[in-house]
Design a protein. Structure first.
Length: 249
């Protein structure tokens, strides 16, 4: 029996309520210091959400703070649900600052009003910190945010077809058609909305071959870049990667 992507990701209601609990716990009347955020871009068929989940665990262990993975469904829901938007973003970031970031980097962002709204919320989420944003052009949209680290997953066409077929329990022919079609649609959409090439390495702190390296190895490399590159040395109280190396040695 074939699966769809929704079956591979925890329900949006579960993730939405989890994030709201985190926000309520962290909310204070004072402005919180900047915390890092991460964006993950990927070729269609690569394991972006799996990387986000593994990285979330490593960064939570290192910082002692809760992190949230935002995939397309959750970001779009925040942007489209006015009530949810007010609840989640009411005390996050600064909307005028977010608008300044968008104007500075993009000028007139896009003729797609719906996507422009998504990007505005995406920038606010990233500004708040402790967010891992998968897809939605996050690397480009958040490029001018000083608290963001950007990573990309790539892999050969055959690898992505095989991965998708395995994860969704699809025949190879059907998976091949899906990867071919969705890859073109996704890159065309982002290119037209953001007026740039999302595949260019200039947007990223690291580009990883999902075919040659495991998600666990890639997540550790991403975590190392974030932990060592974050200027506030007090934020990451523990380095789980160093502890693992010491244990193995």
């Amino acid at each position: 029996m074939t699966k769809n992507f929704d079956s591979l990701i925890p329900s949006i209601e579960t993730r939405e309520s989890g994030w709201m609990r985190i926000r309520e716990r962290l909310a204070t009347p004072h402005q919180t210091p900047a915390h890092p955020s991460v964006t993950i871009s990927r070729q269609y068929g690569c394991e972006g959400y799996s990387l986000g989940q593994r990285l979330k665990g490593l960064l939570e262990e290192a910082s002692g703070q809760p992190w949230t993975v935002f995939d397309k469904a959750l970001v779009d829901k925040v942007a489209s649900d006015e009530s949810l938007s007010r609840q989640l973003l009411g005390h996050l970031g600064d909307e005028s600052h977010a608008q300044d970031v968008l104007r500075t980097h993009f000028g007139h962002l896009t003729h797609d009003d719906a996507y422009a709204k998504v990007v505005k919320h995406l920038v606010q989420i990233a500004m708040a910190g402790c967010a891992i944003i998968v897809g939605r052009g996050g690397a480009v949209a958040c490029q001018d945010l000083k608290n963001c680290f950007h990573f990309r997953l790539e892999g050969s066409f055959d690898f992505r077809v095989a991965t998708l077929a395995r994860r969704l329990d699809l025949p190879l022919a059907e998976a091949e058609k899906l990867v071919r079609t969705q890859s073109k649609l996704r890159e065309k959409f982002i290119s037209e909305c953001l007026h740039t090439d999302i595949t260019s390495s200039r947007w990223y702190d690291g580009v990883f071959n999902n075919e040659r390296q495991s998600i666990d190895t890639i997540a550790q490399a991403c975590a190392r870049i974030v932990i060592s590159g974050w200027p506030d040395r007090t934020f990451f109280k523990h380095d789980p990667l160093h502890a693992a190396l010491v244990t193995r040695s």
